[in-house]
Design a protein. Structure first.
Length: 156
């Protein structure tokens, strides 16, 4: 079974009662991103944030509860990457890797965040491609949904 056979694409979507430009701004502001991005039970620290094509993106997602197994440390996931594409008010694309000694978390994951205008707000979609096999689909789906719920609460 080749590596391509075990990689997958995960996605989630949510309607948020705000126009695309408001959502886009929440993605290109490091302080805002640190507040809403972490899934339930996590906090974020942003170390590098250059929202332009080729710009650096480096952050840690910290588990609040003891006993959570992080990818980088016992309670931490360090994510390193870059902004691949930014189309103002429409789409943001990241390419990220997890800093981990565990090969099941290796490889670059592409995350595309899209903002489609809809009556009364915006349909926000996340598509995560080349998801490392160490991230269970169930956990990732829950995390993506939680992040969108956080974004809605932050914006609405």
């Amino acid at each position: 079974m080749g590596d391509a056979a075990i990689r997958r694409t995960d996605s989630a979507a949510r309607f948020i009662k705000a126009p695309p430009h408001v959502l886009y701004r929440a993605f290109v502001n490091a302080d805002a991103l640190a507040q809403w991005l972490p899934p339930l039970g996590m906090t974020a620290e942003i170390f590098a944030f250059q929202p332009r094509a080729g710009g650096a993106l480096r952050m840690a997602l910290n588990y609040e509860a003891d006993g959570q197994r992080g990818k980088t440390e016992d309670n931490k996931d360090v994510v390193e990457g870059r902004f691949v594409e930014l189309v103002e008010n429409e789409r943001i694309v990241w390419a990220v890797t997890f800093k981990s000694d565990d090969p099941s978390f290796a490889g670059e994951m592409k995350m595309t965040w899209s903002f489609a205008p809809a009556p009364g707000g915006t349909e926000v979609t996340i598509i995560a491609e080349n998801v490392p096999p160490g991230i269970s689909k169930e956990d990732h789906d829950a995390g993506l949904r939680s992040t969108l719920e956080n974004l809605a609460a932050f914006i609405e």
